[in-house]
Design a protein. Structure first.
Length: 201
């Protein structure tokens, strides 16, 4: 996820899906994702690949969401898709927990600066690890009591969903929290609606 101003990428955040969104949306289950550390080899490789994509597409200003997949056998990153918008599935909440940067807010600031011929600058991002978990729930308003911990940034206010955003100084702690939450959700909260035999549109 990136922000671009006058053809310059002024902010980038990279995260890893722990469960593919397409699989979750079609088969049901638990969606999980976590940020990658800014100094990790994965982040550096994705930052470079992302810059090439955005340069080649010629984006001048705005927010972008770009996806890559990594080859299991060769370890290489392959471009999958890009878009000139903020990412979906509450990815902006994940990014803000990690970096302190609100993608929607900054995109609006970029547009305002362009409209009023103002100089745009973005704050230096913080460097937390963050994680996000979302799943369809049996209850309209799930009880989050057993998920409470100091790393919770927020519980997402979604009817019939469990949604939690975490942040921590430790990437290992984030992984543990996502694993523990997934187990609790699977055992006590998860609801799966079978896909329709025909597409709705």
């Amino acid at each position: 996820d990136s922000l671009v101003y006058n053809k310059e990428i002024v902010f980038t955040s990279a995260s890893q899906y722990l469960s593919p969104p397409m699989q979750v949306s079609h088969e049901g289950g638990i969606f999980r994702t976590k940020t990658l550390g800014r100094y990790s080899d994965e982040f550096k490789a994705l930052e470079e690949a992302n810059a090439k994509v955005l340069t080649n597409f010629g984006l001048v200003n705005g927010a972008t969401h770009t996806e890559f997949i990594r080859g299991k056998e060769d370890g290489k990153w392959y471009f999958l898709e890009t878009s000139s918008r903020v990412g979906g599935a509450h990815i902006p909440d994940l990014v803000e927990a990690s970096s302190g940067i609100n993608l929607w807010h900054e995109w609006a600031r970029i547009e305002n600066a362009l409209l009023k011929d103002l100089k745009y600058e973005i704050a230096k991002p913080t460097g937390f690890s963050s994680g996000l978990i979302i799943a369809l729930a049996k209850d309209q308003h799930p009880d989050y009591e057993e998920f409470n911990c100091e790393e919770v940034v927020r519980f997402l206010p979604l009817d019939y969903h469990v949604g939690i955003v975490y942040k921590s100084d430790s990437k290992e702690r984030i992984q543990q929290l996502l694993d523990d939450a997934a187990e609790k959700i699977n055992d006590h909260f998860l609801n799966i609606i079978p896909p329709k035999s025909k597409p709705s549109a």
